[in-house]
Design a protein around this ligand. Structure first.
Ligand SMILES: Cc1cc2nc3c(=O)[nH]c(=O)nc-3n(C[C@H](O)[C@H](O)[C@H](O)COP(=O)(O)OP(=O)(O)OC[C@H]3O[C@@H](n4cnc5c(N)ncnc54)[C@H](O)[C@@H]3O)c2cc1C
Length: 408
């Protein structure tokens, strides 16, 4: 069998699309297989962080993103009565001193357009298995056909068929008390003194309410709601906002939900692939990690995985075929991306511990936040969550050592 493409990418979510564009940008050929699962519902990920914008800039996508997004200065941690601390992007060491707020379908559309411009080939179909030999690897589709490349990037999401086919487990990373929280997401139009500069996380005795601005005057409301089994009504969403959001006196008026554009509810678990590589297959995105949406990191980490997977494939191919060197390059990718995902999960756990402090501990938590707000801690947190520290593995050197990266 001869390899047709440098890489086969399974999955055309943000991770798979970014992998294909990155491969094409560095002069490698890529084919993307996608099962065509419905992706039209909802905004899903809204935050594109500065470290991801830097990666997307190298893929030629940021001009389009900057043309459509809303620029967010950072995140404020509040009690219902006041701002306790502010994690600001203003002084980040990047030309992107903001988080770009853009609905995930728009980020995907920009990546997809770029892939088409670059000549990436798309194949409609569902991969059901993988066959590997000394020269390459083929994704076998449900109709029996196969698509072959030198390497394969598994970007087929959290229920990844490829991950299962190659026998890589997807391990629960250990539940903390808040880890089985049900979350409610709603994109709403608000009237009242809404803050479109910062994401506001309001933590009070009644629970958490996050308000994250989107372009077009929309606001994402996120609340934790144990035992929520059905989509909330508009009145329930308003009740959540009244009970948990900023007190009207603290912001100069009541926030009123005028209309609900989209809503979703789900229960999350923290999961991590046991390894991010098996043979010629590299795992990226939700196929490798799933975590709480608390810090808006899921899609960001996936896009950065994709970029570094493409670099690893390029480096392994450029090597001229020395098996030992290629092995080291691919192992370096795998160790680095697993460490990056572990870093995000740990940071998300720390943030959740703060969000869900039990009511008796909340006065102390609030005092601690106010004290910390006068130190360098918020700047360090902003740098960690920006993704700017996730500079990727050095796959150009065979002896490159993996390092733990990502969110503080
Ligand atoms: C309701 C909701 C809200 C969210 N909110 C946020 C948020 O606020 N912030 C954030 O960062 N993240 C959020 N996320 C998570 C974010 O959407 C994911 O992290 C992101 O989509 C992962 O991208 P991916 O490309 O790795 O996988 P996916 O987006 O899952 O894409 C996988 C792709 O693979 C294809 N596929 C699947 N199986 C196969 C197969 N066997 N063969 C071929 N193709 C296949 C599918 O058709 C799909 O196109 C949210 C998710 C949901 C569901």
């Amino acid at each position: 069998m001869t390899a047709c493409h440098d890489a086969v990418v399974v999955g055309a979510g943000p991770t798979g699309l970014a992998a294909a564009v990155a491969l094409q940008t560095i002069g490698r050929t890529a084919v993307v297989i996608d099962a065509g699962e419905d992706r039209t519902a909802g905004t899903r990920a809204l935050a594109v962080h500065p470290g991801t914008l830097e990666v997307l800039e190298r893929l030629g996508c940021t001009d389009a993103i900057l043309g459509e997004c809303l620029r967010i200065r950072g995140m404020q941690f509040r009690s219902p009565g006041r701002v306790l601390a502010r994690m600001s992007n203003d002084h980040l060491p990047s030309r992107f001193t903001f988080t770009a707020s853009l609905p995930q379908p728009r980020t995907e559309a920009i990546l997809r357009a770029r892939a088409h411009e670059g000549g990436v080939r798309f194949v409609a179909g569902r991969a059901r298995g993988v066959v590997e030999d000394d020269a390459g690897v083929a994704a076998v589709l449900e109709d029996g056909s196969s698509v072959r490349g030198r390497y394969l990037v598994a970007a087929d999401g959290m229920h990844s068929t490829v991950r299962e086919a190659i026998g890589v487990s997807y391990e629960d990373t250990g539940a903390e008390a808040f880890d089985d929280q049900n979350m409610i997401l709603a994109d709403v139009i608000l009237s009242g003194p809404a803050d479109f500069e910062y994401i506001n996380a309001t933590m009070g005795p009644a629970g958490l309410a996050v308000l994250a601005p989107l372009p077009g005057g929309l606001m994402r409301l996120v609340v934790n709601a144990p035992a929520q089994r059905t989509a909330p009504s508009d009145d329930e969403l308003q009740d959540f906002l009244d009970a948990r959001g900023p007190r009207p006196a603290s912001i100069g008026g009541r926030l009123v939900i005028d209309s609900v554009v989209w809503t979703s509810h789900f229960q999350y678990r923290h999961r991590l692939a046991s390894t991010f590589r098996a043979g010629r297959v590299l795992i990226a995105g939700d196929a490798g990690h799933a975590h709480s949406p608390a810090a808006g990191q899921g899609m960001n980490l996936g896009i950065r995985d994709a970029f570094y997977a493409a670099a690893a494939v390029d480096s392994a191919l450029a090597d001229g075929g020395s098996p030992h060197r290629s092995e080291t390059i691919l192992d370096t990718y795998a160790a680095h991306r697993k460490a990056a995902a572990q870093g995000v999960i740990a940071a998300t756990n720390r943030m959740n511990r703060m969000f869900y402090a039990p009511p008796p501990a909340q006065p102390l938590r609030n005092l601690a936040l106010r004290v910390l707000s006068r130190t360098a801690v918020p700047s360090k947190m902003a740098l960690g969550f920006s993704g700017l520290l996730d500079t990727g593995p050095d796959v150009s050197r065979a002896d490159a050592a993996p390092h733990a990266a990502s969110a503080a």
